[in-house]
Design a protein around this ligand. Sequence first.
Ligand SMILES: [Fe+2]
Length: 387
Amino acid sequence: MSLLLDLLLAIVAFLGHFALAVWLFNRLHAVPWPVKRIKILERLLLLVAAIVAIAFAVHTLLAGGLFFAPPGWNLWKLYAAFSLVMAGLAVPLWVLPKLGERVPAALLANETQVIDVEAKLGYAPIAGTQARVLARFPGNEYLRLSVHRKELRIPGLPPALEGLSIAHLSDLHMLGNLTEEFYAEVVAATQALSPDVVCITGDILEHPACLPWIPRTLGRLTAPEGRYFIIGNHEKRLPAVAPLREAMVAAGYVDLGSRTEQAQWRGEPVWLSGSERPWFGSEPPPPDDDRMQDSRALRVLLSHSPDQFPFAVQSGYDLMLAGHTHGGQIRLPGIGALIAPSWYGWRYAGGTYDLGSTIMHVSRGISGKQSIRWRCPPEIALLVLRS
Ligand SMILES: [Fe+2]
């Protein structure tokens, strides 16, 4: 009986240890530290978590139990007790919110179409050893573009903007693991949706060798009411971000990084802001409605990280577009995303959310540093605004 109880406690303690490691991993990628420091800490965290887990399992097996054998207290029992507390904390912080997840009423419709880029091209547009190895991973969906048409209800939407469509792209991660042809397919699929507006929410480029792709891919995308972008944390890996910003502006995009500007969509005034926090610049200044005739002008915030959601709510934005969390990239059946680089963990990994009177759309993104997506295909979203 005590052996069975010991085994059960050891399993729960192991889950607590795993939950703590995931919690730390997600927060580590939400802070604005230098890339090198994050990489070192990430490896250290994974190494320590793995060594402790293996040593914990070996000790439990060799000792013939955890709490009941051998008698008395030792370091492993103390760590097991700590891990049990972590597992206990995971219930209110993780399990209960997961069970309470819902699709917000603001998401009126969501139609999906899948484009198998490998089948369309007749070859896999990948390069490099990592991408080739991961391409063999069963069920890897990273070449299966998921094109969504989502209707979002925006309370108080001006009548002129009824039905306006925004193509939301994010996290393209042009670094060379996917070839330029893949991005040309992304652009073609987006253009086929005939968007009125294009918004790109960061992590566009992370290797300078891919900079010439910008005019040949994103530069060919057109939208009658405007194209906008911000950059994300992976642009920290570039030697300099100015060439990317210049290439995007030369390709016809408006740089919204740390800025707020007035625009006209269908002749209707709108406020557009961009936040690249916590990695670049400062929060954009709040829209100044006094300078506008119509105080109910639509307010849209582009933010790489969904962690700026409370900022968007406080600043009165109607719609916030974000990326960064990639949907988790690997979504386990019944559990969903585990790894999501955010202070909120998996909560804003991908999808539509509402808080106060702000709607947030978090894109699963197009690619990622690791060429793996399981039950989490890359996403092109066309957001159709409804009143
Ligand atoms: Fe990203």
